[in-house]
Design a protein around this ligand. Structure first.
Ligand SMILES: [Zn+2]
Length: 109
């Protein structure tokens, strides 16, 4: 893409390493995005805490694991609540349109 763009502008394209050096010196604030994590902030913090707890006492390790476990329990509870509400909404919408259809077809006939 860069080579095509340079060629269409009538400019000599640079090699990959020169391009990288120029990019870093001219626009250092624009970087390639790191891969996204699907972990929430609490899960990321808990993962870091678990890694750092490796050399700590058993009491501290257990507290760290319990903290992560408590968070996962709450997440599971929230997910279950959300799914229940979504299913309920789908059912309500289906019922609404069914009764609307029944009403419309009864008034037409
Ligand atoms: Zn989480």
């Amino acid at each position: 893409m860069y080579n095509d763009s340079a060629e269409s502008d009538g400019v000599k394209s640079e090699g990959y390493s020169t391009f990288n050096k120029l990019w870093k010196s001219l626009v250092p604030s624009i970087t390639i995005m790191n891969p996204m994590s699907d972990l929430c902030w609490s899960c990321q913090q808990n993962s870091t805490a678990i890694l750092r707890a490796a050399n700590k006492s058993e009491v501290e390790k257990n507290a760290t694991l319990k903290n992560a476990d408590d968070h996962l329990f709450l997440v599971q509870l929230e997910r279950s609540f959300y799914k229940t509400k979504c299913d309920s909404c789908k059912s309500d919408i289906h019922s609404f349109f069914f009764f609307k259809w029944k009403f419309l077809t009864s008034t037409i006939a």
